[in-house]
Unconditional design. Sequence first.
Length: 157
Amino acid sequence: MKVIEARDFNSSVSVAIVVSRFNPDITNELLHGAVERLLELEVPKDNLTVIHVPGVVEIPIVGMRLAQSQQYDAIIALGAVIRGDTDHYEYVCQQVSQGCQGVMLAHLVPVVFGVLTTQNVDQAKERIGGKKGHKGRDSADTAVEMMSIMSQLDQGA
C-alpha cells in the first residue's frame, strides 16, 4: 500500500500571501503569524511575496493571477469576515471561499483558506493567538504540508 503524507519539503519553495486590509487589527496579526511560521520552517524571506488587497472579495482574482504566473508553490489567503446586521456576511463568505477553491482546482496550486469567518470580533481575536490558536500560523503549516504532498504527487510518488 502506498501512503502519501507530508514529509520534509524543499525549503526553496515560493509562497504568496494575499491578505485583506479590511479588519486590519485581525488581518495584520494573521499575516504576522503566517510569515513568522514560514520563516521558522526555513522558507527564505526572499521566497515570500505579500500582496495586500482592499477586502476578502478581492483575494480570488489576485490568487488567480498568482496561480497563472506559475511562480508560486502555494498561495495563502488571509482575511477576516465578521458578521454584521445584514446578509452581506453570507455573500462575502461564499464568494471568497468559492473563489479560492476555484483558483486551486483550476491551477492545481494549493490555496490555503486562512480567512476567518466569525460571528464577532472576540471570536476573531481568539483565532489570532487566543484560546482557539493562531490561524495565520496554522495556514502556514497547511501550505507547507500541501506543498510536500503536491511535490510527491508531481514526482509520481
